[in-house]
Every structure is written in structure tokens, then in C-alpha cells.
Design a protein around this ligand. Structure first.
Ligand code: PMV
Length: 292
């Protein structure tokens, strides 16, 4: 095997500006990258020892040979192996680090997968085109471990690293990246409470199955806000964006995915003069965003 050099790649965190949960049911949503918090994957070649997966922040160091594909990092590596048409991987150490808070609705899982996939594609010098779409598709498969039925918005925004307007649909999701007239200043408030998106998404599904009419109306409301918000973001109408964030939060409260801590952060932000505020992501913990 020829000598390979160490490589490194990173991917950003993300926030959902409008339309979380409703996006799982085919309504549009808007997400944006948080470029200053990132996950990084670094790969060093090794002389022997197989493929070592290391996450020093979590105190994890294991050999790929001993890990099943229920592990997100192991599945990430296996997928690239298959996509590359390789029989076996060269010996290497894959180290992942991240300053994106975990289980906080900021896309840390998707960012780790996207960064690792990018780094592996570089390290293995794949001769297939490594597009953002390709990174996003492989990341989606791994997101199923975290989310159960992910809409696809997290992997998309993290791989494209641009604001996206996203609709989950078949045969192909609608993905439109768009420009922002004037930058939005968003304050992210962390409840410090970690919450499982998979569990919350499952609860919403059960509530929707019990009362489809009511939940479809809530999803429609969120979808309409995403559509209108895209216009307002493009024209830089801050007051309107803020109002719509407040409306979106109210719909998420009705869906029962907010929490007393999130509601308190929202009202604190509004009392302090924010133009609008809402929970962002899976909810029942995680983050609040406020337009300031
Ligand atoms: O990863 P989170 O917690 O930001 O949640 C993603 C948003 C949901 O709409 C709740 C789920 C999904 O797959 O879109």
C-alpha cells in the first residue's frame, strides 16, 4: 500500500429556523448552518492495528472490527467502504472531536458523520465525485440511528453548509439553498437539558395517529410559516421574521414538544427585546433561538 498522508475535514452545527417536526410530514422547513461550532474528523495512517475509531472527548477508542453498525461511526466507515467499492480499508486511526453540544438539537450527530465521510473520501482518494449531495445522502443513512425517521433536513444543511429551504418528498427531496439579504443575528440559548429527538419524533407520531386532523392543521401552520419566512428572510424583513418565529413556537407548544425551560428562555428573550424567539430542533430540551 502506498504511503498516505493525514487528512482532516469538518462540518458545522445547524439550527432549524422554521418547520421542525412538521418537516417529517412533508411540510417545508428552513434550516441554517452554525458555522462557528464544528465537528472535525482527522485520519492518520497506521502501519498495523486495523481501523481505530477514537472519540477522545467521550473517552472512546475502539477497533472497527469489534463494533457493529448500530454504532454511528462504524456505520459511517462501512458506508464509505461500500460506496468506494473497496474490500478492506487500510490501517488508520479516525479521531473525531466536536464543539457542538450533543443531543441539543444542533446537529452534532450529522456533523460528525459528514466530517468523517468527507475525511475518508479524501484519505482514500475516492475516484467518484464527492459532492455535497453525496455527503448528505450517506449522512442521512446514519441519521436513522439517531432519529428513527429523519426528515433529511439535518444532513442536508450540514453537508451543504448553506441556509436551505427543504421539503421531504418522493422520489426526491426538494432542496433549495438560498441567499440572505442581510445577516440574521440569532442568539442560541441552551436549556442544558439533553433530549432524544427520536423519542420526541415518536411521541409526535403517536399523537398524530390519535388525532390526525388536529396535528395536520398544526403541521400546515408550520409549513405556511416556513414559506412566508423564506420571503421575509430574503428581503431582510426582521420584524416579520420575529413575529413568525413567535407563531411557530406557539404551534410547537401545541404539539407538546416545548418544555417549561424552553418557554422560559423564549419569554426571557422576548422580555429583553428580541424580535422573536422559538425553540429549535426536536424540543423538550435543547435550544431556543432568538432574533436579536
Ligand atoms: O436534530 P434536531 O433535534 O434538531 O431535530 C430535527 C428536527 C425534527 O424535525 C424534529 C426531526 C427531523 O428529522 O426533521
Amino acid at each position: 500500500m502506498e504511503d498516505r498522508t493525514a487528512v482532516s475535514a469538518s462540518a458545522p452545527g445547524k439550527i432549524i429556523l422554521f418547520g421542525e417536526h412538521a418537516v417529517v410530514y412533508g411540510r417545508p422547513a428552513i434550516a441554517a448552518p452554525l458555522t462557528h461550532v464544528r465537528a472535525t474528523a482527522t485520519i492518520h495512517p497506521a502501519r498495523d492495528g486495523g481501523v481505530i475509531l477514537a472519540a477522545p472527548d467521550l473517552g472512546v477508542r475502539q477497533n472497527l472490527a469489534n463494533v457493529g453498525t448500530e454504532d454511528a461511526l462504524a456505520l459511517t466507515v462501512q458506508q464509505v467502504l461500500i460506496a468506494a467499492g473497496l474490500q478492506r480499508l487500510p490501517d488508520m486511526t479516525i479521531t473525531v472531536t466536536s464543539d457542538i453540544p450533543i443531543a441539543a438539537g444542533l446537529g452534532s450527530g450529522a456533523a460528525i458523520t459528514a466530517a468523517t465521510t468527507r475525511a475518508l473520501a479524501q484519505f482514500l482518494e475516492l475516484d467518484i465525485p464527492v459532492t455535497d449531495g453525496w455527503i448528505s445522502d450517506l449522512t442521512y443513512e446514519v441519521e436513522k440511528i439517531h432519529h428513527g425517521t429523519p426528515s433529511g433536513i439535518d444532513n442536508t444543511v450540514v453537508a451543504y453548509e448553506r441556509p436551505v429551504y427543504f421539503v421531504r418528498q418522493t422520489p426526491q427531496n426538494l432542496i433549495e439553498t438560498f441567499s440572505v439579504q442581510q445577516p440574521l443575528h440569532l442568539l442560541v440559548g441552551d436549556t442544558g437539558i439533553s433530549s432524544s429527538t427520536k423519542d420526541v419524533v415518536g411521541d409526535v407520531r403517536r399523537s398524530w395517529q390519535k388525532d390526525p386532523q388536529r396535528f395536520n392543521a398544526l403541521f400546515d401552520g408550520c409549513g405556511a410559516l416556513s414559506e412566508a419566512a423564506r420571503e421575509a428572510i430574503q428581503t431582510g424583513d426582521y420584524e416579520e421574521i420575529g413575529r413568525m418565529m413567535n407563531q411557530n413556537h406557539a404551534l410547537l407548544v401545541d404539539m407538546t414538544v416545548s418544555s417549561p425551560d424552553l418557554d422560559r428562555l423564549v419569554s426571557t428573550a422576548l422580555d429583553a427585546g428580541a424580535l422573536g424567539a422559538k425553540m429549535s430542533g426536536g424540543g423538550r430540551g435543547g435550544n431556543m433561538i432568538a432574533l436579536v
